[in-house]
Design a protein around this ligand. Sequence first.
Ligand code: PHE
Length: 465
Amino acid sequence: MTRATWRTRLGFVLAAVGSAVGLGNIWRFPWLTATNGGSAFLLLYVVVVLLVGVPGLLGEMVIGRRSRRNPIGAFDALGARQWRVLGGLALFASVVVLSFYSVVGGWILRYTAASATGAYFGAPQAYFAAIDFGPAAVGFHVLFLLATVAVVYAGVDRGIELATTVMVPGIVLLFGGLAVWVATLPGSAGGYEFYLSLDVGYLRANFFDVLVAAAGQALFTLSVGAGAMLTYASYIDEDRSLVADGTLIAVLNTAIGVLAGLVIFPLLYSLDLPPGSGGPGALFVGLAGGFADLPFSRLVGVVFFGVVLLAALSSAISIFEVLVAYLVDEHGFVRSRAVAGVGGLFLVTGSAAAMSPSLFSLLADTLANLALTVTLLGFLLFCGWVLGRDAIAEYELGAGRIARLTSRPWYYAVAVVVPLFLAFTLVTGLGTLVGVPVSAPQAAVVAVAVVGGTAVAARYRAEPA
Ligand code: PHE
């Protein structure tokens, strides 16, 4: 059986942008910007995306396109069976992320419908508290999952590619329309000030914390670490510039995040709602509660949550596809059976997360970040120290001068710089998690040991006695 491929290059880029653009852009990114120095943060963030996010993304895509397999099979195809466990970790990360993502997708679906009837307009707080966890949350999670299943079932080109080719421009147009419209609302001006004011002082005083936060966001928002971008890149069948595609994906992703902020903050200000602290409560309670006071309140609610729904769905399908690709490639499943199997898995894990706030929080607040970071760290070390020259060759394949000029710097980024950074944040994060604070020098020592150890081990393997 021939393996699925994208129909067009644009189709691949839009599918990847669809994966990248999700709750991370719409909710987390604008808040991070507003509370970390406004446009000063935005500038720093763009630098971080280019120096950490894009190299990481390209590392994952290099493994995917070179192997043309799913995250586990990729390591077989590249002659490194002992790295398969890393692919297993990517699959685990996918399960973690989609299990809670689908619950949030269910909330959004419900709010899209409830906006049409104005169900939450009177008492937003009570409404959200009544639906966030429990049987109703399970029901809407299942509906969201079914939508994901329907797209993935239809195939890579006729399902995912077709759907995202409509959805991504839809997101841009609808958000663009909302951004223009909110600008006309009285009182909205303060929102731009809050969002984008240049606060260099804040950045200077908190540089290190902000840098770590920006890098974490850059990775989550670019969908790296769960094997989604690896899998999507494995469906590329012509050799064309990964650098160009990866950069374009990152640029569009950032632009859509900025656009989301241009809707949210002016809207909050025009509603006289002081921006609080972000998080799901702020989206479903603060902002949603304000919709009731707007002209065309129901329409605005439906359009707003409808866009968020599109963004969440186009991310969910990319995670779902990781597991489908694994079953199809490695176990010879036909697509329909693979989709049914993966759907069954998420039916169970997502429903559990929809019933239990503590499980939800464990997945969303703790495990997701850890699993994504560990996996990406492994992917990049593999690229840098096992693939080595082959990674550079793959990076340059089908690309022009820019790729040749950037391949060396990129190589050092994925082999050394980004892994050091990831290992450092990982150790610090793990320390906080288990209640054993790790100092920066200690974390730095561990990070150097991890990267150095991999380098030595790879050398040793490469030159058997
Ligand atoms: N990038 C998505 C977002 O911003 C989340 C995601 C993470 C999707 C990892 C796929 C893999 O919401």
